[in-house]
Design a protein around this ligand. Sequence first.
Ligand code: SAM
Length: 570
Amino acid sequence: MMLSSSTMSASPTKLSLDSLLAQIGIFLKACPKVTLEWSLTVRAGTMSDCDRMTCWVEKSKEAGSQEPLGSFASVAQLLKAIAAPPSVQTIQATQSSISVRQGISVALLEHGIEWRLYLHTREPNATDRYQSWRWRSVASGSDPSSNPDQTGVQADHYGFYFLSATPTGETPIDLVHPLFVDAVQQLVQHERLRSMSGFWLRHRGDQVLQVDLIYPWYPRLAEFDSTLRSLVTTLGGSADWITTYADYPIRHIAFNGKDREPGFTLYFSAPMTIGWPSTLPTLKESVRVQSQKIQQHMEQTLFSRLPIRTTRSKQTTDTRPSVGDFYNTQRLDLWRQVLGNKMHYHFGIFEDCQQLPDKEDAIDAAFDRAISELYPFIPEGGRVYDIGCGWGGPLLQLQAELGCRVEGITISQTQAHYCEAKGLKVRHDTVEETLPPGYFDCMMMIESLCHIQDKLRLLKILRLFGKRLVIRAHCQDRHPASRNFGGTMLMNSSSQLRYLVEQAGWRIVHWQNRRLESMPSALVWQRRLQSIPLSNDQHLETLRDFCNRVVTHWDEWGESNPLIEIVAES
Ligand SMILES: C[S@@+](CC[C@H](N)C(=O)[O-])C[C@H]1O[C@@H](n2cnc3c(N)ncnc32)[C@H](O)[C@@H]1O
């Protein structure tokens, strides 16, 4: 089906977004998961209110449908109807099988219409990709298929980064237009933004076109009143609209990059729940109502339940090395010699606790087994968050062997960079001052809980973000709680650990001491460290001392330091 020629052939001034909205609705309104978005753009002296609308559809296969691509087939039909350039139709068709979400956006320009296709794709065992293609159709003739400017397709790609910086150290402030630096500096200080969100960068080639701050909790526009007013004043326009929209929840704010004309855009979006809107004012109203509901829901179910912070993860007066510095290293080569190629940094699970396997491969398999032994507790294909993910060994294994969608966090910058180079989605930050990026089927803490200062608070927070928690934690049962391992670990007894997990509201469904089967790990690391001369890597030398102590006091250490494996459900 082609869009009606009366729509497409009308002169641009007679075209309205309402009519385009209705035409898009013909194809997309029946899709099961639709999100509608509109935007408001401010440039020097001007404000364009709702000059663009976007409709997003998610991967879905309608019940009983013979069509394997579900909603994406509807997007294909729409692209055909609007006579999108063949290259765009081909991209959409070829990428639909790996698409998670697709969006169609339309804006009225002075001389026609600008269309955009957005694709969010995910290939098996690869990180997600976000791309867009934009083209213009000049609404001049009566045949829509003659309209597109076939040569003018522009492709952009997007990258998401948690605050405060990209892996190469670029911050939003470095990338926005100089007029916006002060405003963006204020905006990125927001605690919620820092703890749970970040920014998108829109790239065209090497150029950053846009820096987009993301507000997953939908704050009301009024919260940005003073920042927006000063931005509008800087751009020389009227700020009256700020009062009109004070009550509207914002989803993201995009600032033009430093090489473009100064301008910024506010985006408003929400899932469609009450049917396809017939006009743009109806769309705006439905987005407002629905996003306010989401905002209220998040306040009630998340923010009001977040436990208060009683300690900071590192006091300014504290002279201990930070855990992040401890895990940063210049000597990846040495660590690979000790940990093996997969860089698992946890105790292995050995089949024979009396004798080390002869072959290095069999030794390495014990470190893989430490993760595969957890497979019964981790849903195949599920979304997994690894807290204290180290060099990404466990995440890569779960991705490859269980098809899990994995994300992690580590306090070490070198580990985060290493993971990123392996294609993993890993945040560099402390879990004590951030929130998990969404809801997970399973969260893991493999030998990382002992580094956490306020364990109870973290365990309470995690309950709000996942169904299941898998922990393996070192405990010390014969000595009071103390700092160990170069002062970086705050050790508890196993009964304290049980108390903390239960006190946080988790229900323990599995509890096992894996110390005996894990003991040979200390022998493996000690032996590998013997071939490495003393180094100035403080962490490596702490591990050397630790292994020597464990091997010297084998039985006593093993008995008093259980390695507790817990599976808990919320
Ligand atoms: C012993 S390693 C375990 C690594 C990984 N789980 C594995 O099994 O290979 C402990 C990990 O916890 C991380 N970590 C410690 N404190 C942290 C914190 N506050 N926030 C995030 N990660 C932390 C360290 O950076 C390190 O990656």
